[in-house]
Design a protein around this ligand. Sequence first.
Ligand SMILES: C[S@@+](CC[C@H](N)C(=O)[O-])C[C@H]1O[C@@H](n2cnc3c(N)ncnc32)[C@H](O)[C@@H]1O
Length: 322
Amino acid sequence: MADVRTTLKNGIAQLRQADVPSFTLAAELLLLHAINRNRTWLYAHPEEILSDSDTQRFLGLIARRAAGEPTQYLTGHQEFWGLDFEVTPDVLIPRPETEHLIEVALDRLALRELRAGRPQKSDGANLQIADIGTGSGCIAIALAKELPAANFTATDISPSALAVAKRNAIKHAVANRIDFREANLLIPVGAQHVAPHLGEIENSAPPLFHQSPITSHQSRFFDLIASNPPYIGRRESDSLPREVRDHEPHAALFGGTEGYELYANLITQSAAHLKPGGLLVLELGHNSLPAVQPLLDASAWTNIAITNDLAGIPRILAAERL
Ligand SMILES: C[S@@+](CC[C@H](N)C(=O)[O-])C[C@H]1O[C@@H](n2cnc3c(N)ncnc32)[C@H](O)[C@@H]1O
C-alpha cells in the first residue's frame, strides 16, 4: 500500500518511459478517475494511503495509456466549448480546433442578424441548423447551448456514434431540440444506394430528408450547415500518432486516399439544403483548402471566408448560399 504522491510518481514514471505525451497530466487525470476525486483533493491529500483496489485500478489505466489508448477514452471525458462531453472509442475525441468552427458559425449568424437590422445577439429563434458527421455531438450541442431557441438536425453514418451524441444531448439538456439521424452526409440511410466507400454517393439522390416531416414542404430548409467531416488521407495514416491511428474510429478520421474526398458531396448537398442566405461552415484538414475552395462555385456561393487556427493553418471555411 502506498500514498497518493508515491503512486502518482510511479504512474508518471511509467508514462514517461513509454513516451506518452503530457505524461504528468495524463497520470494525474487517470489517478483522479481511478479514485473518483478532483484535483483539489489530490493536492490537499498527498499523504493519503490508497486502497489496494484504487491502486490496482490506477495502475491498470496507466498500463493501457502506456500501450497507446488515449486518456480521454480511459476517463470517458473531454471538454469542448466549456462543456463536458462523454467520449467512447465510437466517437472522435473533440479537438480544440473545432472550437473555431463554433466561433465562426456564431459570428456569421450574428452578422446576418446585423445585416437584417435585428439585434446582433440572437437566441436562434426560427433557425434550423444541421451538424453533419456529429460524432460526440459536440458541434450541435455547443451551438444549441449558445442558441437556446434554435432547432437542429445532427447526422452521422455511425449508429454507435449517434448513441453517444444522444447521451451528450440529454446530459446538456438540449435533446429536445436535436433530431439525430443516421445518414450519409445529408442523405438518410436507406433513402438511396450507399456505395461501399464513404462519400461515394450519387448526387441524383432523392431530396434529402424528403421523408421527414420537418422538411417535407421545403428542401432548402437549413439556415446553417456545419460540419467537421473526416479529412485525413489514408496515405497519411503511417504518420499519425498511435493514439489516433490505432484507437479513434477510422470512419471519423479518413475522408479517402487524399483526405478531402467527402467535401464535394458535402458542398453539393449543402447547396441543395441551405435557404438563400444560409451559411455553410466547414472544418478543413491541414492541406484541404486548395482542393475544397474551388468547389464553391460562384453561381451558388458568396461571402467566402477562411479562418486560420492558432497554428496558422487554414482551418475553417465559411460561405453563404445565394
Ligand atoms: C471528424 S469526425 C467529427 C465528429 C464531431 N463533429 C467533432 O467535430 O468532433 C467525423 C464524423 O463524421 C462521421 N462520418 C463519416 N463519414 C460520414 C458520412 N458519409 N456521412 C455522415 N457522417 C459521416 C464519422 O462517423 C464521424 O463521427
